[in-house]
Design a protein around this ligand. Structure first.
Ligand code: PLP
Length: 422
């Protein structure tokens, strides 16, 4: 039908599908959703308005929407072990915005991992709302790129932030949520764990959970969790209506979060996304998903190991999760040049800052690689070895067009052996 109505868009969707199928997708925040999730996303649920929450809507006709959202909420609560879940944030950034809106007054102070060291824009980057409406005091990593808990502790004592963000977008090591909770507690700050990247690893038992340590946990649903583009905010406690006192206390967090999402920042929820989240959460609760999460990490370790054999430097010297940041300075190529060289042979990565990067964000010294997408396609350690070889050759032989053609063909050949919406 789309082909008749809008052949232009239809053809572009098909081209993008071919691109995803024939290339190596190594962007660590991307994944390949199941046909079931895709079907829920493309459903009539997008037609419906349902401002409010299950049982408390501002529109009629929400009997089935209520059921769908309640199922998503129940599955999220069970999977992450929390007593309250909001599944309506439009994406990860609005979820973090909502948490700040819920817990801080404008002008109050927050601390988060510096974006140039692996943190996310919404954790207090200068150009973002989180530094424009609040006072942001970012924390750096160690020189080697590890989270520096002693530094975070001393900064928290000195700066007295109201809120501390932890969680990252380019960090390859296990995060010590317990230590961070002790730091937040001693500074009398809310601890917000943003597990956007590692939610699927947590569910699969290959990364510790922040639940029980963080006051609030935010996550996207479309990265390692392998659901539709969306987000959730998780916490403990129960909403009370009306609030006993409108203060920003820990007891009030569930109510403050719900009110920040609606009516604070958003209007009608994206019900087709909510259904997709519900489906993804059902999938994530299976033993097969736990095995998937384990394989993601095994693949990342294999890829990192092989790349180091080819002489690449990896920030922190390796990985314990699904991603790694390559420091390309020893290879005499910038992150931007490497991104382009790899693109030309069908390998998709993104340029990335390394900690204390001497270069600028638009052409930094590193690239970021991750294994969730390829793991979903069924690739294992032996394929990671091949991927590392392609990367090494594509970078080394970037000005040799015959070599590039050969690598491109090899990439296609490898990809053709793995599943993609058969
Ligand atoms: C991806 C990411 C987000 C933002 O998610 P969007 O859906 O892109 O808005 C927030 N926090 C972290 C740590 C992320 O990695």
């Amino acid at each position: 039908m789309l082909r008749e109505t809008d052949p232009h868009i239809d053809a572009l969707i098909e081209k993008e599908k071919q691109r995803q199928m024939n290339g190596l997708e190594l962007i660590p925040s991307e994944n390949l959703v199941s046909p079931a999730v895709l079907e829920a996303m493309g459903s009539v649920l997008t037609n419906k308005y349902s401002e409010g929450y299950p049982g408390k809507r501002y529109y009629g006709g929400n009997v089935f929407i209520d059921e769908i959202e309640s199922i998503a909420i129940e599955r999220a609560k069970k999977l992450f072990g929390v007593s309250h879940a909001n599944v309506q944030p439009y994406s990860g950034s609005p979820a973090n915005h909502a948490v700040c809106f819920a817990l801080l007054n404008p002008g109050e102070k927050l601390m988060g991992m510096s974006i140039s060291h692996g943190g996310h824009l919404t954790h207090g980057a200068a150009v973002n709302f989180s530094a424009k409406y609040y006072v942001s005091v970012p924390y750096a990593t160690t020189q080697d790129g590890w989270l520096d808990y002693d530094l975070i502790e001393s900064m928290a004592k000195k700066e007295k932030p109201k809120l501390i963000f932890c969680g990252a977008t380019a960090y390859s090591r296990i995060i010590d949520f317990k230590r961070l909770s002790e730091i937040a507690l001693s500074a009398d700050a809310f601890l917000v764990a943003d597990i956007a990247h590692i939610a699927g690893l947590i569910v699969g038992g290959v990364h510790p959970s922040p639940v029980g340590y963080a006051d609030v946990t935010t996550t996207t649903t479309h990265k390692t969790l392998r659901g539709p583009r969306g987000a959730m905010i998780l916490c403990n406690g129960n909403p009370s209506e009306p609030l006993k006192a409108a203060e920003r206390s820990k007891e009030n967090i569930p109510t403050l979060i719900d009110r920040a999402i609606f009516p604070g920042l958003q209007g009608g929820p994206h019900n087709h996304t909510t259904a997709g989240i519900a489906v993804a959460l059902k999938e994530a609760a299976t033993p097969a998903f736990a095995e998937y999460a384990k394989q993601i990490v095994r693949n990342a370790k294999a890829l990192a190991g092989s790349l180091m054999d080819y002489g690449f430097d990896i920030v922190t010297g390796g990985t314990e999760n699904h991603l790694m940041v390559l420091d390309l300075r020893g290879k005499n190529i910038t992150g931007k040049e490497a991104e382009t060289a790899l693109d030309e042979v069908g390998i998709t990565v993104n340029k990335n800052m390394i900690p204390f990067d001497p270069r600028k964000p638009f052409d930094p010294s590193g690239i970021r690689l991750g294994t969730p997408f390829l793991t979903t396609r069924g690739m294992k350690e032996s394929e990671m070895k091949a991927v590392a070889e392609f990367i090494a050759k594509a970078i080394e032989l970037r000005s040799d067009s015959a070599a590039k053609e050969r690598i491109d063909a090899d990439v296609r050949e490898l990809c053709s052996n793995f599943i993609f919406y058969s």
